[in-house]
Design a protein around this ligand. Structure first.
Ligand code: GLN
Length: 494
């Protein structure tokens, strides 16, 4: 019998709808794969096997009754940042020990409404702070990909490392993820998967544990562009419970996938040709441009002059918002409590024990840039630069550009422990040099596998779109995917 875990989300969904196999069989196949592989990959921090089987049985009943939803019976993994009612939700942090929300996030609620099945909660960097999934309280996620002929464990990227590894390693058919500075697109690029960060406001943030509220956006990680469109379709939509959610209709994303790029203008930003960029990445980018051109797009050199300020500005805005958002974890209402002599002592002991090093660093930076006397010099100025970054993109789009092509990351996946956040945080932060601008400007971005490096590790390209034009990203992303025609199955060692 076919291994159901190897099918794309779309093929699996269609097979369930056609009764070629049942949702329960698909769920059981994934649960067995998780039982066999999760110890090595460390992608899941909680597996909800019993609930998954219940949901799958309900899906089979719906298929039998002719009432199948658009994702009926499809087993998904959920990043630990999404509140799931009565189920482990800890943002991979010690401070949320034992926390089980009383309510469901809008995004996951939308997926269950459409018939999807939850397999469990996925590992991530603590509070989504990181680019390698090494800041998790639950330990690092291991990338299913290894360099050819080597057995060294590589990072799966971060912060959505669990989502990326679970999708690449056949431990779920698709996964939810979130992206504040690159956390969907960078792990997708490191694992040969497709990661979409939609426009800010496309998916509701309600019930998603907040990191930096003006940048956070939910999206998906999947094995194909078509799967990406299908998952986002269900996740997206206006939600009155999130004041920043956009009251716009959700287009038919799947219909855009095969639209092609004929007549589109693709921008090529000079500032993304950064110093020290590996020749392989440079060549991959050129290859992507050649493919788009050959399929009928026009290339246009553009300038996004404030790009170089994006990373430093991000590391003011994001920690500032994080320090405010994380103030609520004080041992009083939920999660960890370390008792002390008085309430202040209890707060301090709880926060000292509950937060990891990187989270503490961000809280301290954020508190500093927001403090009286420094607020204008750092936070206000960063907000102004942010406007300039957005304006660069606005001008490119006003100049007729439909989408922008860039590399997704400055390198392929690196070894676990190789980039030490406690020694050189800026080195780790540079992983997001191509992705963070997109969050600062609130735009949609997609990372699509486009090639492999000399060691056989996947490399991704990023497409950046106009606000609320994810459709063009799916269309152009599909052209890259089709032309690259990569074998995206890592050899199984786990
Ligand atoms: N790597 C970035 C950070 O650590 C982005 C993380 C994210 O997108 N959640 O802040």
């Amino acid at each position: 019998m076919t291994d159901l875990t190897r099918l794309s989300l779309k093929t699996l969904r269609d097979g369930i709808a056609a009764k070629d196999f049942t949702a329960l069989e698909a769920t059981d196949a994934y649960i067995s794969a998780i039982e066999a592989g999760n110890e090595k990959l460390n992608a899941y921090v909680a597996v909800t096997a019993d609930e998954a089987r219940q949901m799958a049985k309900a899906s089979d009943a719906k298929v039998a009754a002719g009432e199948a939803g658009p994702l009926e019976g499809v087993p998904l993994g959920i990043k630990d940042l999404f509140a799931t009612k009565g189920v482990h939700t800890q943002a991979a942090s010690h401070i949320l020990d034992g926390f089980k929300p009383e309510y469901e996030s809008t995004v996951t609620g939308n997926l269950w409404r459409d018939g999807a099945v939850m397999l469990g909660k996925l590992n991530m960097d603590e509070f989504a702070m990181g680019s390698s999934n090494e800041t998790s309280y639950y330990g690092p996620v291991v990338n299913p990909w290894r360099a050819e002929g080597e057995s060294k464990d590589l990072v799966a990227g971060g912060s959505s490392g669990g989502s990326a590894a679970a999708v690449a390693g056949w431990l779920c058919a698709g996964a939810t993820a979130t992206d504040t500075g690159g956390s969907i697109r960078q792990p997708a690029a490191f694992t040969g998967t497709v990661g979409i960060k939609p426009t800010y406001g496309r998916c509701s943030r309600w019930g998603t544990i907040a990191f930096a509220s003006s940048l956070d956006q939910a999206g998906s990680i999947t094995r194909t562009v078509e799967d990406s469109a299908l998952m986002l379709q269900s996740m997206a939509g206006f939600d009155p419970k999130d004041s920043t959610s956009a009251d716009l209709p959700v287009p038919d994303f799947a219909a855009a996938v095969e639209r092609g790029v004929k007549g589109l203008v693709i921008g090529v930003p000079a500032e993304y040709r950064i110093e020290g960029m590996p020749a392989e990445i440079e060549a991959l980018w050129q290859q992507g441009l050649d493919w788009l051109k050959a399929e009928g797009a026009t290339l246009k050199d553009i300038s996004l002059p404030h790009t170089k300020y994006a990373l430093p500005t991000y590391y003011i805005v994001a920690p500032a918002e994080a320090s405010s958002n994380l103030a609520r974890y004080d041992g009083v209402k939920y999660g960890l409590r370390v008792s002390g002599n008085d309430i202040t002592d209890m707060y301090e002991l709880t926060r000292a024990a509950g937060f990891g090093r990187e989270v503490k660093r961000r809280v301290m930076i954020g508190t500093y840039v927001l403090s009286a006397g420094f607020y204008d010099a750092y936070y206000v100025r960063a907000q102004k630069v942010r406007t300039l970054i957005k304006r660069d993109f606005d001008e490119a789009f006003q100049g007729g550009v439909d989408a922008i092509l860039t590399p997704a990351t400055p390198s392929a996946a690196f070894g676990i422990g190789e980039q030490d956040l406690s020694v050189d945080p800026v080195k780790m932060y540079l992983n997001d040099v191509f992705t963070v601008t997109v969050n600062m400007a609130g735009l949609p971005g997609i990372a699509v596998p486009a090639g492999k490096d000399a060691a056989g590790l996947p490399l991704g390209l990023q497409l950046i779109g106009r606000p609320f034009d994810e459709e063009t990203l799916f269309a152009a992303g599909r052209v890259i995917e089709k032309n690259a025609a990569l074998d995206l199955a890592p050899s199984k060692w786990w």
